[in-house]
Ligand binder design. Structure first.
Ligand code: CTP
Length: 400
């Protein structure tokens, strides 16, 4: 409930992306904010006043010259009683009118009458966004202090693929939290690299070796860090998991690819290596290996690069490097030796013997090992381990 007591005036412009704003309203309410909404005439073509009102649990304001709206809450009060004004989707037309200082409907009048900080989440066709007129309007609004969130690149409703998608509700929410409750975002401005999942090492064009890592712990860590405001680069092996909101994900297969993707993400403030990287790679047969007579195939193995050890050294070493130690016996002693050998700052050691069900399961019991000693955490869900770790990372990075 990081936004408890915060009042947001949300102006919903007319664009197909308006439906995503319903999710934003829900998230804002879940975070404790009071949300008052102005639904523009064209916005009401895409979402209904009833949905907006039901989700915000407030009346919806639509008309400048509405006797009921004015009697309930005059437009001046509406614009004054807000800690932040958010326009989403901010259409080209709405931004053009705001940049010009027009006051020809309730939305633009409130924008003109408001002294609250302004956040714009643009959404439109890619050509409209790139047009010099739109860019000039956005630049002018930004110069006057408006914060611009997005737009994102991707599929647009018009069938084109370009820059112009409304930022995801989670990203807009994160920007709002960062603005209104910065202490809830202790990792704002920090870049963190997370590796997750297994790697897959090819044997020939159709076969590979891999392991049982589900990627759940690494993905939960990426999500927990992003929730605290970090800019997260998630380098993921082949897993069947959705990308956590607000996280930049790069999918890779082999350990060599994972190392290259990690290097490309540097510099970062912290790196957390949760991936179960294959220790060996095979000399890949150029053609599919065939069963030939009585002989078994001969596979020549080579050592894979150690990503954690590589990240722990060199000029671009992150300020904090965290590894995991998956052990099946003498967990703490092995993990302490691993920490020293790999040169990382912290190791989260866990027992992955089969009876523990860590691989693919939802629970984890870890020991945090640093230069000072060992801290044993209780049995927690992977999400709770992630949240705890993210808090610890935030504390460590703010102390440096
Ligand atoms: N790791 C890595 N690159 C590798 C192997 C491991 O980055 N090639 C990282 C893992 O992401 C994890 C840590 O190193 O954070 C330890 O992984 P683990 O599998 O427990 O250790 P190993 O290096 O495989 O050591 P051992 O074989 O002794 O268990």
């Amino acid at each position: 409930m990081v936004l408890t007591g915060k009042r947001i005036l949300l102006i919903i412009g007319g664009g197909i992306a308006a439906y995503k704003v319903l999710i934003l309203i829900r998230r804002l309410r879940d975070s404790g904010a009071t949300v008052r909404c102005i639904l523009t005439k064209s916005g009401a073509e895409f979402v209904t006043p009833l949905s907006v009102s039901a989700l915000s649990e407030q009346p919806v304001y639509q008309e400048l010259f509405s006797l009921t709206d004015e009697a309930e809450m005059g437009h001046i009060r509406l614009s004054r009683e807000a800690d932040l004004v958010v326009v989403a989707p901010a259409t080209a037309n709405l931004m053009a009118r705001a940049a010009q200082g027009l006051a020809d409907d309730l939305a633009t009048t409130c924008l003109l009458a408001s002294s609250a900080p302004l956040m714009l989440a643009p959404a439109m066709n890619g050509y409209m966004w790139a047009h010099p007129a739109t860019q000039a309007n956005v630049a002018q609004l930004a110069e006057r202090g408006a914060q611009i969130v997005g737009p994102d690149a991707g599929d647009l409703a018009c069938g084109e693929v370009s820059l112009g998608r409304l930022a995801e509700p989670e990203a807009i929410l994160a920007a709002i939290v960062e603005r209104l409750a910065p202490t809830a975002m202790p990792l704002a401005g920090k870049r963190i690299l997370v590796t997750a999942g297994p790697t897959r090492e090819a044997l020939d064009p159709v076969r590979y070796v891999s392991n049982h890592s589900s990627g759940k712990q690494g993905f939960a860590i990426a999500e927990a860090l992003a929730t605290l405001g970090a800019q997260v680069a998630l380098v993921a092996g082949p897993v069947n998991l959705a990308t956590p909101p607000g996280v930049d994900r790069v999918d890779i297969e082999s350990a060599d690819d994972m190392l290259a993707a990690c290097r490309a993400a540097l510099p970062v403030d912290a790196a957390i290596c949760a991936a179960a990287v294959a220790d060996w790679k095979a000399e890949i047969a150029p053609q599919k290996m065939k069963k030939s007579g009585d002989g078994l195939p001969v596979i020549t193995w080579q050592q894979n690069p150690d990503i954690l050890a590589t990240l722990s050294q060199g000029a671009q070493r992150p300020g904090l490097v965290v590894g995991f130690a998956a052990e099946t016996q003498t967990v703490i002693a092995h993990a302490q030796a691993k920490r020293a050998r790999k040169g990382c700052d912290w190791i989260l050691a866990n027992d992955v013997s089969a009876e523990r069900g860590v691989f693919g399961g939802d629970a984890n019991q870890v020991h945090l090992i640093d230069g000072e000693g060992v801290e044993t955490w209780p049995q927690l869900s992977k999400t709770e381990v992630a949240a705890r770790l993210a808090e610890r990372v935030a504390a460590a990075l703010s102390a440096t």
